[in-house]
Design a protein around this ligand. Structure first.
Ligand SMILES: [Zn+2]
Length: 361
């Protein structure tokens, strides 16, 4: 089976975000605090997105994003389009990353979540395009707080269930606009392998949580089964430090139940504890193999990238392997990462893919 995303083996994807220049972060921050309208911010950010797209094209990537340069973060993009949240009201205990918004009233969608940014991306490139949306499960984990949210949504699950149709409709809008690939982001699903994370969240039954995550993600995917959709899972990161650790074994069955074609996973990270969990990787899905450790300042060589993919070929046939970095380089704009480093790492990944194609085609 030759997978159908490109004509070549080992197609290369981003996971989504690139580190944002300071002025881009300032524009997003001014928009967040109401000092800039969405329309004016879009006008300012459009040239920045053209730059982010060109940077990705120059690395040789097959699938490019808008760098997520219109979003404060991969999850907050939802709250930038949907009313019902109090900004920065859900701190993340024990973690250095900035607080999330908390849901405080019934959701009221004001604008499309990612369509405008996707349209800009589409207009700037002839490459294949990928746009990410947060999963309803991670929205519920990160943005529902009993003290602030229960009047609007009595239980966390009620809020997740309210997010799902909005995400489902946005997926439809993205495909209708010609976007080639949609990705659902849910690091919280993979973070269920980490007992410390479970304890910090007060999760007593990891199996029940996995089933909830699968049910909510699949609810958002209703009607889109069979379309080119990925799930991205990882250990989450901030300031070059990952928020959890553990091999994917305990969540692989749940991942197999999510109705996506492709799963982009973190494997260059030591926290993933090697490739053994790929023995359990679902047989009918395409693997997005993380071959770049974005937390490590050292830029990988193309040979290292190729070697990582060849190690995975012990478990997965080459026709089911696509390449990506372990995660977005800056899933949130406050994440202090280096844009030139991201460029060099993506370039090394694409050179590694070329090496692999000469060896294995
Ligand atoms: Zn990630």
């Amino acid at each position: 089976m030759r997978q159908n995303y490109t004509q070549t083996l080992f197609p290369t994807f981003v996971v989504g975000s690139l580190p944002r220049p300071q002025w881009v972060r300032d524009v997003i921050d001014e928009r967040k605090h109401g000092r800039l309208s969405h329309r004016e911010a879009d006008r300012l950010l459009d040239p920045a997105i053209a730059f982010a797209v060109r940077l990705q094209e120059r690395t040789g990537l097959d699938f490019v994003s808008d760098g997520e340069w219109r979003r404060e973060s991969y999850v907050k993009v939802f709250t930038e389009a949907v009313d019902g949240f109090k900004i920065d009201a859900a701190p993340r205990p024990g973690r250095p990353s900035p607080p999330n918004p908390a849901v405080v009233s019934r959701l009221n969608q004001l604008r499309s979540i990612a369509l405008d940014a996707a349209a800009a991306l589409h207009s700037y490139t002839n490459r294949k395009s990928i746009v990410a949306l947060p999963s309803p499960y991670i929205m519920g984990v990160r943005m529902w707080r009993a003290d602030l949210s229960s009047k609007a949504y009595p239980e966390r699950e009620d809020f997740m269930a309210a997010c799902a149709p909005l995400i489902r409709e946005e997926i439809g809008r993205l495909f209708a606009a010609g976007i080639d690939h949609v990705q659902i982001d849910d690091p919280e699903l993979a973070m269920l392998v980490d007992s410390q994370n479970l304890a910090a969240r007060g999760v007593k039954d990891a199996g029940r949580e996995m089933a909830l995550a699968v049910r909510m993600i699949n609810s958002a995917l209703e009607g889109h089964e069979g379309r080119p959709v990925s799930l991205h899972v990882c250990h989450a990161h901030f300031a070059r430090s990952r928020a959890s650790a553990g091999g994917y074994g305990p969540v692989m069955e749940a991942i197999g139940q999510v109705k996506v074609q492709r799963v982009a996973m973190e494997f260059a990270a030591p926290e993933s504890q090697g490739l053994e969990s790929l023995r359990l990787f679902p047989k009918e899905k395409i693997l997005g193999l993380g071959v770049i450790d974005h937390c490590d300042r050292k830029v990988e060589t193309p040979d290292q990238v190729a070697a990582r993919a060849e190690a995975a070929m012990k478990f997965i046939e080459p026709e089911r392997i696509t390449l990506n970095p372990d995660c977005g380089f800056s899933p949130g704009m406050q994440n202090p990462m280096d844009l030139d480093e991201a460029y060099l790492k993506l370039s090394a990944m694409c050179r590694g893919a070329e090496l692999l194609r000469t060896r294995h085609t």
